[in-house]
Design a protein. Structure first.
Length: 697
């Protein structure tokens, strides 16, 4: 694995291509040459599969020329040229041409690789409306009884229910449909996906009219989402007849609803698009979404119709393809912050939605319990700030005064002057009932009762010293809630739960209701900033942006161990558990997709390596850092051991909290149910397969 760690094919990816060659109407030799030129380019760039347009060897707009035997013969000769050339190209080509079978003509896709035709797929649905009248020239797939056809000197499988396995690439099973097939209520590819196809391919011609390109994109994207598959779509471009139609050459690659690549339209020359499809992710999604399996059972008769054809990507004795290279970098964009959209508009929409989910959940809990007051501890740090902002908006929604928020800041032995000042300013900004309780005296009493060295004047800052303070704060909050007929609002976030960075039971681990429990640290940063920018909380015309910006710029610290300088915290959370921006990345791909550590490290290297990753807003908690492979591996080790071995017992009894995102939660009643006494050995062993250094140039 270490030898090929840097190759995308080693991590469940496959590079695919969609080609739009320039064509000439009724000139198969020219069209074959254009097709092969793009196929060679695709192979040189590491693609395992390349798809070309519907009837691309003849051109789609031949109309009644399809009844001319000379043209049909020339198309088969062009296919023979492509088959011969394919012996030297380590990839699959899918090309369109008319094919004679018995006494009928079919609009077909030929799957070609390794010097042979692996199969011929006829079009199932022939449009006969508007500008289309294909039944005039062609027969539909279900009008023939044979399951083989002789073409290019060999007898090959024929039919609409063929699946093709790319022999050298595990997980790359594909199905081909043609143009109109995806426009019908139940496309053939839907059943193909249930039969195991992870990649769906559509050879289309599809003339262009106003608005059609956007609809195509929606159609392809939604089909990929419904089928939990990748979907490759190609359409005819420059050179098709414009007697009555025009052509834009739109090409698309989608994966589970996401557009990975799309071509520029109306280009004069032949062109390709590439995308690295995550086959493992698709497999994981199908395993996770159990209704996909239910559909397989419900449509068992349709699934049983499919035949699986082995498809060699390289002829015997020829040079192997890109999947055997030591290095082949991932070309797919991997966001550094998977919980936070990079696009500013989408990021604002995400923040608005998450904030309102949290507020609505708290409103429901208070309404159902007939509770009108909440108690919250305010530290002047990030998490308690956001939880307080949620409480404020919930009170507004309930028509209750913000004075019903009983907010307490509780300085201890290591509370800094900065966070104490920020807590005071924040409570004043919100307009809650603000109180201060100095917990040092009660903590000292506890330490004396324990016989702890600190109570005798010795500097002994152990875990007991820390947890006495954390526990004392929570004890006060619960008793204050009892006294005021209120509930305690928890502030700890998803990132802390993942890493077990909370004091169990009597500490910040516990509350009556936690609004932040499924919100990761990197997203909370943006939520607080969004609240500041949109003026959600301030009163009397004040946005409070300066107060919130100061909190955002504060180092994350539990402030439980006194610093060497009075009023300055000694502890830095990220020095112990790793940078949250990287650990949130690790959490997302471990929790949401169940990826192995080797793949998580591969993705992290691609996202966080020292390379340009696009614009990102500058602020104190979203860095423009780069991490080398050694740092990625070191921090991933911290994450894996804490997540799988040492922290689950804390998650098995966490308070109620709303799930806010598809990235998952760690509630034992929801997304994550795991034993408290699990080991981390298998994950750490997999991580050991990750090299520490970059490959030699």
């Amino acid at each position: 694995m270490k030898e090929r760690f840097f190759n995308l094919y080693s991590h469940g990816f496959a590079r695919v291509a969609v080609g739009v060659p320039r064509c000439r109407v009724a000139d198969p030799a020219f069209n074959a040459a254009q097709t092969l030129a793009l196929a060679r380019e695709a192979a040189a760039n590491g693609a395992a599969l390349v798809a070309f347009p519907e009837l691309g060897l003849s051109a789609y707009s031949c109309d009644d020329l399809f009844h001319q035997q000379a043209l049909l013969d020339a198309c088969e000769e062009a296919l023979a040229q492509i088959v011969e050339a394919s012996a030297q190209l380590p990839l699959v080509m899918i090309v369109g041409l008319p094919v004679r079978v018995g006494h009928a003509l079919f609009n077909c896709a030929a799957v070609v690789s390794g010097g042979r035709v692996a199969g011929i797929v006829p079009k199932s649905f022939l449009p006969n409306y508007g500008e289309f009248y294909e039944p005039r020239q062609f027969s539909a797939a279900d009008s023939v009884s044979t399951d083989t056809v002789r073409i290019a000197g060999a007898e090959v499988p024929f039919g609409a229910s063929l699946l093709f396995d790319a022999a050298q690439i595990p997980g790359l099973r594909f199905h081909v449909e043609i143009c109109e097939d995806v426009w019908v209520p139940i496309p053939p590819s839907s059943f193909a996906a249930l039969a195991g196809a992870s990649v769906l391919v559509n050879l289309s011609a599809s003339n262009v009219v106003v608005g059609k390109a956007g609809y195509r994109q929606q159609l392809v994207s939604q089909q990929s989402a419904r089928c939990l598959a990748a979907y490759l779509y190609t359409s005819a471009g420059q050179g098709e007849s414009t007697t009555d139609m025009a052509w834009d050459g739109q090409a698309l690659v989608c994966e589970n609803g996401e557009v990975l690549a799309q071509s520029e339209r109306f280009l004069d020359d032949s062109h390709l698009i590439f995308a690295d499809v995550d086959l493992e992710r698709l497999q994981q999604e199908r395993i996770r979404q159990t209704t996909f399996g239910d559909s397989i059972r419900r449509f068992a008769d349709e699934v049983a119709k499919f035949r699986v054809i082995r498809c060699e990507l390289a002829a015997q004795g020829q040079d192997p393809g890109a999947w055997t290279r030591e290095t082949l970098a991932l070309a797919r964009r991997v966001e550094r912050f998977p919980y936070v959209p990079a696009d500013p508009k989408r990021r604002d929409e995400r923040c608005n939605e998450v904030y309102n989910i949290q507020v609505q959940a708290l409103v429901q809990r208070l309404s159902q319990a007939s509770i009108k007051k909440v108690v919250i501890g305010v530290s002047g740090g990030l998490d308690s700030t956001h939880a307080l902002l949620v409480c404020a908006k919930a009170m507004d929604r309930l028509g209750l005064p913000r004075a019903n928020i009983l907010a307490y800041t509780m300085p201890g032995f290591a509370t800094s002057e900065r966070t104490l000042r920020q807590a005071r300013e924040l409570m004043n900004l919100v307009g809650c009932t603000a109180r201060e309780i100095d917990i040092r005296q009660s903590c000292m009493q506890m330490l004396e009762d324990l016989g702890h060295p600190y109570s005798e004047g010795k500097e002994s800052y152990d875990i007991t010293f820390e947890n006495v303070q954390a526990g004392e704060r929570t004890n006060h909050l619960f008793r204050l809630a009892n006294f005021n007929h209120a509930i305690v609002i928890g502030t700890g976030d998803l990132s802390e739960l993942a890493l077990g960075w909370c004091t169990y039971g009597v500490g910040d681990h516990m509350s009556h209701y936690n609004v932040n429990a499924s919100v990761p640290k990197t997203l909370i940063t943006h939520l607080v900033r969004w609240v500041a920018e949109t003026g959600q909380i301030g009163q009397n015309g004040e946005s409070g942006a300066d107060v919130l910006e100061a909190i955002l710029a504060t180092d994350i610290s539990p402030e439980l161990i006194p610093g060497k300088t009075d009023g300055v915290p000694e502890q830095k959370t990220e020095s112990t558990i790793g940078p949250y921006e990287l650990q949130d990345f690790n959490l997302y791909y471990t929790l949401r997709f169940g990826f192995a550590p080797t793949k998580v490290a591969f993705l992290a290297r691609h996202a966080w390596g020292d390379r340009e990753t696009g614009a990102w807003p500058e602020n104190a908690r979203v860095a423009r850092n780069a991490y080398d492979l050694a740092a990625i591996k070191r921090n991933l080790r911290i994450f894996l051991d804490r997540f799988f071995r040492t922290s689950q017992f804390k998650r098995t009894c966490i308070p109620n909290a709303p799930k806010v995102g598809s990235g998952g939660s760690l509630s034992p009643r929801g997304d994550w149910r795991a034993p408290s006494d699990s080991e981390s050995a298998v994950w750490l062993a997999d991580l050991d397969r990750v090299p520490t250094h970059e490959p030699k140039a």
